[in-house]
Structures are given as structure tokens and as C-alpha cells.
Design a protein around this ligand. Sequence first.
Ligand code: ADP
Ligand code: ASP
Ligand code: MG
Length: 402
Amino acid sequence: MLIVQKFGGSSVADAGRIRNVAGIIAESYLEGHEMVVVLSAQGDTTDDLLEKAAELNEAPSKRELDMLLATGEQQSIALMAMCLEAMGLPVVSLTGWQAGIRTNADYSAARINRINTERLHRELDKKRIVLVAGFQGVNKFDDYTTLGRGGSDTTAVALAAALHADKCQIFTDVEGVYTADPRKVPGAKKLDEITYDEMLELASMGAQVLMNRSVQLAKRYGVELEVLSSLVRAPGTKVKEVSRNMEEMKITGIAKDANVARVTVMQVADRPGSAFRVLNAVARAGINVDMIIQANGRDETNDMSFVVAEADAEAACKVLQDRQTAIGFRDISVDKDIAKVSVVGAGMMSSVGIASLVFEALNDEHVNIQMINTSEVKISCVIDAASADRAVAAIHRKFFEA
Ligand code: ADP
Ligand code: ASP
Ligand code: MG
């Protein structure tokens, strides 16, 4: 079998953890499997590197930032290779470039265009364990790019698809995918299986256990994933097309995204085309917008609010301010002290009363709902950030601990 394994930052945080992971890799290798292993940067390395950069330049170029961030993953693969060497196992470490991972030119949020698997196959043919630096690739200028936070998951799934791997195992610091973040909600339950679609919603709504783009890729190429713990030996969660749980469960899980901000554009002229001008300006800056609401205004104006990723909030304000006269509005405000709490489940479509149960849970906790968004498979509420964990716990109790 050809197995792709991926180990996240906390799984390789120090020498002890690296030895532990080397043991897991060695076990599969010694069973006779071909092994391609993707590693993340150790512990908080990526955040530390970002801080170092900020000490010298508040707005470094994305090219240089990617050059810096790519070093985190490179440390992990070299250290792991040394550990496996010391165990007497044949191993080689490869950067994203050496592993043939080609991306577009979008620094800090690059997408994988293709993987040239020649070198990987050559190393596998030599019976070596192949360690690949996650989160990175190279673009058409032969510059390093990174794939966005959590991107090593995407590296692993892309490699599994390109190599037609028999298995793709994502090892992390919890035992699988749970009905809510198990570190925040002690009563959270591990799911044996989850569908790609539900996992994609959970990941997109803030469950960082898998990067959403890795789930998209897995669905597109039919790569079955297993999310499991590098510390506890127990079956994890299978992410696949159809899940056994589908019929019985009305909702699959609850996610929180605290990295969001609300932008309010005040007193936008109440005439055709205003919403288009506001949202078009933001879209053209490459910023994703979510949960748009327009409050009934007075004096022939309306207030318009929408949610963006916290990191995009300043840029969204800037593009709007630059076009204030053309768009026609009075002022803009940004609120970063918000969080989006989402309830996800395909079973929602066929059951009534899910939304009212969510609102009841929030009401019980006296949490004020600022914005609501619903689709066939999810309900999202924007609330103040300080109440978010309490809100998730309350909703979880209603659905899973009753
Ligand atoms: P890694 O470094 O292995 O990539 P991450 O920190 O990116 O790990 O993701 C694992 C974390 O995701 C867990 O420690 C957990 O706190 C968090 N998490 C959030 N929501 C969920 C969920 N529904 N199920 C499991 N883990 C979750
Ligand atoms: N090291 C990167 C990050 O912290 C990539 C990853 O861990 O998947 O986001
Ligand atoms: Mg991760």
C-alpha cells in the first residue's frame, strides 16, 4: 500500500514528540508500505516567525514572508529525517520544490496547480521513507509560496491524490473530528464518520481540525481521509462521500470562527445599485464577504453590514473609503469583537425546528444575536466574541447532551 501520513505542529513540537511520530511512521514502513509523510512546522513556529517579521517590518512583502514561513516546515522534515536515520531507516526529506509541488503565484494563499511526481516516485522506488514539507510549493517564478494557514492538510491530500495513495491519514492532537471543539466543549462526541460536504462546512465555519481546501480536494479526487491522534492509539474519524450517521443525525457539529469582523457602511444612498457598488468594490479587492444585512434606514439611506475575515477588515474599509464619493455613504465602522457560531448538518433539510432550538439555546444564555444566516445545511449567528464559547456549549447541550 502507498500511505500518505500528515502530522501537525503539536505532533512534532519537540524531540520527544518527533520520536513518537517517528515510531508511528516506522511501524507502517516496517509493515511493508510505501510511505510519504507530510510535516508541519513545530508547535507555534509559524506564529513565532510571523512575530519576528513584524518586529522588522509591519507590512513585509508577501514574497519575503513566504520565504520566511517556508523555513518552519523545512526544519521539521530535516529533524524527522535525522531521527529516522538514527533508527537505521532509509529516509529522505524534500521541500515543496523538491517534491514537485507547483502553485499559482498567490503568495500566502497559493493554490496547488500540479504535482510533478517524478522525484517522489524515484525516492519511493529506492524504498525510502519520503518526508515532504507541508504548506509550501513553488510558483512560476521559482519562488516559494505558502498555501494559507493550516495548509499542510492540503499538501497531504494533494499528494495522496497525485500519487493515487491507498490511504491518507491526518494525525493531530485530538482523536478525530468531534461534534464541537473537544478542547472547548468537554461533552463533545467523536464522530466515526463524516461526509465531505459536512466536513467542508464545519471546516469553512471555523473547525480548524482540517483546512477547508483539503476537504474540497479530497472530495474532488475521492481521497478518503482519516483524522486521528498522534498521541492516543484509537480509531479516528473517516471523512468520505457517504457517512453512516447521515440518516439519524439532524446536525453534525457546531463550529466557531473568531477570526471575523463586521464592517458597517453607514447611510448608503437608498437607490438601485448601491449594494452592488459597495460589494463590487470589496469583491474586486479579492475579499470574501459573508452574511450581508441591510437595515431599514431613514432619510433615504440604509446601513449595510457584512462579515469578512478579520485579516481583511482594514483592506475592505480602505477600498470603500477610497470610493466614498462614487458609492455614496456617510461613514464606515469595523467591529472585530464578534464571532460566528455555526450549526452544521445535512439532516437539517428534512427536519423542522432546528433554528428555533439554536435561538432558544442562545436565549437561555442571554446571548444577543447580531446577524443570522441560514442555508440548507447550516445556521450561522454572529454574536459578541466574549459569549462565543458559552454559546457553543449551550447549543451543544441542546442537541447532543439532552
Ligand atoms: P494540527 O497542528 O495537527 O494541524 P490544528 O490545531 O490545526 O492541528 O487542529 C486541531 C485542533 O482543532 C484541535 O486541537 C481542536 O482544538 C480543534 N478543533 C476545532 N473544532 C474541532 C472539531 N470539531 N473536532 C476536532 N477538533 C477540533
Ligand atoms: N505551519 C502552518 C500553519 O501553522 C501550516 C500547518 O500547520 O498546516 O498554519
Ligand atoms: Mg492544522
